[in-house]
Ligand binder design. Sequence first.
Ligand code: ADP
Length: 498
Amino acid sequence: MELQVLVVDDSEFYANHVADALAAHEEIQTTVRTEPRLARRVMSRTEIHCVVSDYQMPEMNGVELLESIRADGHDQPFFLVTGEGSEAIASEAIASGVTGYVRKDGGDDQFQELTNRIINAIEQRQTQQKYELLFDNMPELLAYIGTDGVIRTANPAAREAYGADELVGRSLFDLLPEADAQRYVAAGRDALDTGEPTRLEGPIGDRQFSQIYVPAEIPGEPPMFQVSARDVTDRREAQQKLEATVEKLAESNERLEQFAYVASHDLKEPLRMVTSYVQLLEGRYADQLDEDAQEFMDFAVDGAKRMQAMIDGLLEYSRVDTDGDPMEPTPVGEVVSDVRDDLAVRIDDADATLTVDSLPTLVADPNQLRMLLQNLIANAIKYAGDADPRVHVSAAERDETWVLAVEDNGMGIPASKQEAVFDVFNRVHERGDESGTGIGLAVCRKIVERHEGEIWVESTEGEGSTFLASFPKAADTDREATVTASETTGVGQRGGVE
Ligand code: ADP
């Protein structure tokens, strides 16, 4: 980087002498002026990084030049060179804010040192400028505040937040409601006392800010703290809206479940009456009824039974979330064994084969896990194709989940219906002997969702279906799950049911 240094001295010889000495440094370029008036003009026209000026000049002395340059709005480092050392000049120079003060008679070492000090001063100013740019342009509010609550420094974002043209010298107690001012100053004092940042959220003006208070102890200055604050009004509002929506949704869901429960519960009684009176009719007047009437009666009883089953299903569906048991580590292998026992007759009747891989332990509601697998395995047998049903249960790790799979060689499900089968009362295959209510898979989906997982089906019509259910892995059962899986491997879990 090139550093432009302006050398001002009424003696052209000496000005050039200084300029040459400085220009020996590769980064420095010099401009020489012998009249302060012309020096000022150079400053306003070209980029100058530093000024080195003689003290004794006929037009104005070096300190006067410095003052006029500052008055012009230039804040570059300014070094003063004097011919004769005088205490009076030195103290005047320091009082007027020169960056450095050098004697002319110091020899070459003097210039070497001056060069270093010039480079240092310029670098310092650059750092300062970067800091100021950051301070002025950052979207966050930034301020330094004394323990008395009086603002010492504040950036434009702070002025905007407070809606004030000037904040320096003003107290938080004048700017904010008493309680807020008190809380903020206390947070700053806390930070100073503990040396740790204090965080809080609170209003400034009509906006909400997330604020961090840190101690800012600067040598030579009374203790103060720094506060940086970010406007979180929009984020907070969005979050509140989201929370309100979620709450509403949960309420409406609960009402819906309550409704389903009450409706199905209250429907049961009149239905029972229909069934029992039709049966009573059948029992008492059977000999007076012809064959047609007998048949109609059977249809009526069948219909009522079917409706009963649907109501039971709805009740079960509405209870998944409300009547669930707590989650606990549940070995899936044992659950499948139980299901196999429960379905033994059906497996036998259908000449089905059920094979099982080694399965993990999941954190789950054991009853619901059993319901899920019972539904899936029963369906796999129920919706068999022409061949004897073969059902296989397995598990695989996928990212952060365990995916259970129930695979069959049955009739399959057309792609267009694969989503819909999980809806309430949705049936794809209508065959007399496969009486069902179309609620089983809806219950399955609700169970899996209560476990924060997903359920889906992969299927090819005429070849078979695989129902898959994912369960998030719980950190504490991971190991157990792995142990279970490896322990059971090779124990001959794969096996048919005769
Ligand atoms: P249900 O069995 O009482 O009809 P489900 O909700 O359990 O109700 O299933 C919905 C529909 O999905 C079934 O009617 C059937 O058409 C289809 N289905 C379920 N499981 C299978 C399967 N393993 N193979 C083929 N189709 C199936």
